[in-house]
Design a protein around this ligand. Structure first.
Ligand code: ZN
Length: 173
């Protein structure tokens, strides 16, 4: 898990991310989380893409196994269940703090007025995208994003069990 400032991604990192996404990766400024094999699982993306487009999703889940597992959770109604946990004041407070932390991380890289106050995934008070919330949890580590942590805990995918198409490709293995 890695938060800003990020080390610049290597060419091999960007190549793996492009393969994961099935398109050329744009605006990659670092690798925020990795599989146990070293391949990227979460890319840090510039708050403003090279073509000038504002991009709020600083932490973007790139790993196909992870995105598939979280899509499965979304399809089975887990978002409603996780949203209900926000009825607990402690969880709601932690989720708002996760939102603030996300914005602080992003604004430490660049402040983009068009997306000021918008983080990702439905934060600070809704649950709209488990991919974005899981990516934040993977980047920030356990205990920062309670909904992202809960989603990852239920997912059939884990960064501790490599399911990469080419394990270790980012490290030239
Ligand atoms: Zn792997």
């Amino acid at each position: 898990m890695t938060r800003p400032p990020f080390e610049a991604p290597t060419d091999a990192d960007v190549a793996v991310v492009s393969q994961q996404l099935g398109r050329p990766a744009r605006g990659v400024i670092g690798i925020a989380a990795r599989c146990v094999c070293g391949n990227p699982t979460v890319v840090a993306t510039s708050p403003r893409l090279p073509d000038g487009t504002p991009f709020p999703t600083l932490y973007y889940l790139s790993h196909p196994g992870a995105t598939a597992a979280l899509s499965t959770l979304e399809a089975t109604g887990v978002m409603t269940e996780l949203a209900a946990t926000l009825d607990d004041d402690g969880v709601a407070d932690a989720y708002r703090a996760a939102h603030a932390s996300y914005l602080a991380d992003r604004e430490s890289i660049e402040v983009v007025p068009e997306i000021a106050g918008f983080s990702a995934g439905g934060m600070p008070d809704r649950v709209k995208c488990l991919h974005a919330l899981g990516a934040h949890a993977l980047a920030a580590g356990p205990g920062v994003n309670p909904i992202g942590d809960a989603a990852l805990a239920r997912a059939s995918w884990s960064p501790e069990r490599c399911t990469c198409a080419e394990p270790g490709a980012a490290r030239g293995a």
